[in-house]
Design a protein around this ligand. Sequence first.
Ligand code: SF4
Ligand code: SF4
Length: 428
Amino acid sequence: MIKQVLFIVLLALTLLVFSYTVSRLWKLFRLTKKTAPVKDWGKRLNLTLAVAFGQTKILRKPLIGFLHALVFWGFMVITVGSIEMVIDGVFGLERAFAGSGWFYKAITASGDVFAYIIAFGIVAFLVRRQFMHIKRFRGIELKPKNKRDANLALAMILFLMISLMGINLAYLNQNPEPVLGLYPISGLIANYWQINLTQAHVVFEVSWWSHIVLIFIFANYLPYSKHFHVFMSVPNVFFSNLDPLGKLPNMESVTKEVQLMLGGNAFQDTGDQAPARFGVKDVEDVSWKNYMDALTCTQCGRCTEVCPANLTGKKLSPRKIFVDLRNRMNEKGLQLIKNPDYNDQKALVSDEYISYEELWACTTCNACAQECPLNISHPNLIMDMRRYLVMEEGRAPSGINAMFANIENNGAPWQFSPEDRLEWTKGD
Ligand code: SF4
Ligand code: SF4
């Protein structure tokens, strides 16, 4: 009974902190811009099954991708076991799902195997991060706190797996009759790791409680970590941009202006107002999907690794776009929630965050979006920031400004007068 009460108190605390985080995120999302209604649900479902659950993009790197995919699939299976632990804890039960027959055997067997696979995978990831100098894990946007965050989250997952192994091994050492579930690897190890009943009981209790408390801490830590993708990757892939890569969405406000000029009735009786801002200058100009991308980014660097601008020594790193957006939202968004008129005289598009130089280094090749395992779309946000620079500040590279002047004066990007356009048809 005491254990049950303690469990319920811990769970209530966890849910309390988690709901605070969710409400904070909700308020931040409310600062962002709406987009067109989400359509094509069937297509999105297929994409989610392939990219999020099937891990198709991660598997492009065969070895490390496969290991990551195993960790992801293992997490899904182990989550079922965690739900069972919560039900056991709240209602004072033991193995609440044990009555589900083959399902329970399948879940416990795969959970047991995956615990060892995930632990192996996490050790491999930690070794890679600490001892192998992988270029994509470096970059000006990755500060020491980002590296600490990555290591801490990996260490937590490792301890989660070790405690799960402890639960299974201690359970088998208690000689239960009958054994509920299947434990292929722990069963083998338990043949060699024999402890008496008292020891088994102590190991079981310590492992069970440390596992569940770690889950509670982990769930509340994730939203503040780059590992938030554990929660966000599936919805982010679901809400992916379904347009072909390279297709640039029109600006609604400009489209309406053009329709008006061409004699349409875009502004009639619609109550539309002039847009507050063209493009993206700061966090309140980004769309909810841009912010969702920023929260989902794992900082893996696969985008930066293939970016031709970055590879040729330019300042641009597509990963930095989303790292900066998340940081800036934490800096300004949280203040805007308290005071809607808050202005710190800084901006996302500025030398302090994403600079003119970075934005104009992009070739819009879309290699970053193609490579991102979470279907994050960098070029569209970069283009929206450029739109702000061009349309509000008149800041574009000289070659582009010359083209704009030609379009304005000559109706074409070239420097020839429209009257001369048919000159080429005349003989010498
Ligand atoms: S679209 Fe821009 S940011 Fe993305 S890979 Fe190409 S050059 Fe780099
Ligand atoms: S944007 Fe995508 S590819 Fe780039 S670092 Fe983030 S998750 Fe990785």
